[in-house]
Design a protein around this ligand. Sequence first.
Ligand SMILES: Nc1ncnc2c1ncn2[C@@H]1O[C@H](COP(=O)(O)OP(=O)(O)OP(=O)(O)O)[C@@H](O)[C@H]1O
Ligand SMILES: [Mg+2]
Length: 384
Amino acid sequence: MKIVHPNGTIGIIGGGQLGRMMIYRSKKLGFRFAVLDENEAPAQALSDVFIKGSLKDADALEELSKVSDVLTYEIEHINTAALENIHSKGKVIYPSPDVLAVIQDKLLQKELFVKKGLPTAPFFKEDDPCKADFSARVFPLVQKSRREGYDGRGVKILKSANDEPMSPPSIFEEMVDIDKELAVMVSRSIDGSLALFPVTEMAFNPDHNICDTVITPARINEKTAAITRDIAVSVVESLNGIGIFGVELFLDTQGKVLVNEVAPRPHNSGHYTMEACVTCQFEQHVRAICGLPLGDTTLLRPAVMVNLLGQPNSSGAVAVHGLDRALQVAGFSPHFYGKSQTRPFRKMGHFTVTSDTLEDALKKAEYVRSFLKISSITLTGETK
Ligand SMILES: Nc1ncnc2c1ncn2[C@@H]1O[C@H](COP(=O)(O)OP(=O)(O)OP(=O)(O)O)[C@@H](O)[C@H]1O
Ligand SMILES: [Mg+2]
């Protein structure tokens, strides 16, 4: 179903940076945006309508639904039962609540991958990990809480049976010997048409296990890239998903590609599309959920995206250090999320450097990373 264009209202559940970027990159299509969040949120200032309320509160979701022609979300931790209820009354919601229900539960996701014959790390489940007997298991194991994981929270590596597992119902995966972590943004429209963005490479900061650099195109051979794209498409088609999806995968040291997980929304690994592709992931999502033709996903230039995380040991009102210097770098483009308070490792913004060659983009990104910092204003040291 097409929503009324151009004056239709898109309701976004969640007002974080993904919602904010969705608004500022899609406003040009003419839509209005309503946002639900319980806190003052990055997307609030850009929204046409802001509803203050919890993403778990059925009444707040209902209120958002009433002012929206189509509902979408920028975070998975939502009251899915309430969403299903709204959906059953005829409201258009993309991706649909049943897709969200699968993705919210890492066990259901993994079971779907297995059912569809998609390569993924072997796993088992435990409903009460603290009472489970691990004596016959092969370690290391990667424990993942079935629900509410985010940015590596809810993931724990168990090196031996002596390591204490986390308590919530979990899956336990074999540890993959990872060569590279890959991601692909896949958009799928109401009519089933697909458009894929290039395969990217995600690099993680070893200190805090948050992806901090995304390199595009991924430095892999074309055969591996083709296998990666095929798996990513199968994941989204097996969900029957509509919208944009971030599919995370591992390339292991034997050259095998395994699917890790999927996000039913714009994704950190797709931020580079704003500067580097003809159409960006946010506009693409809006096109997909509104029944508009999908945009051209061609990569215009190699790109390196770096997350700007709050400095360790620094909390409070935000200070940005080194921006003047960074803005002098050709191909540098910053995005600040408008969060007034910083905390250690909080995602405060990101920047992308594009260049004619990936080597040059990497060099410039590392240069900017060395001095562009976000901390609290009380931190001593460089102020510009
Ligand atoms: N089976 C595995 N073997 C090796 N490393 C793994 C495995 N599963 C996860 N990891 C590592 O842990 C990271 C976080 O895992 P995962 O993506 O499943 O959790 P998450 O909390 O949903 O993370 P995020 O929100 O950052 O995407 C992965 O990016 C990878 O670095
Ligand atoms: Mg992940």
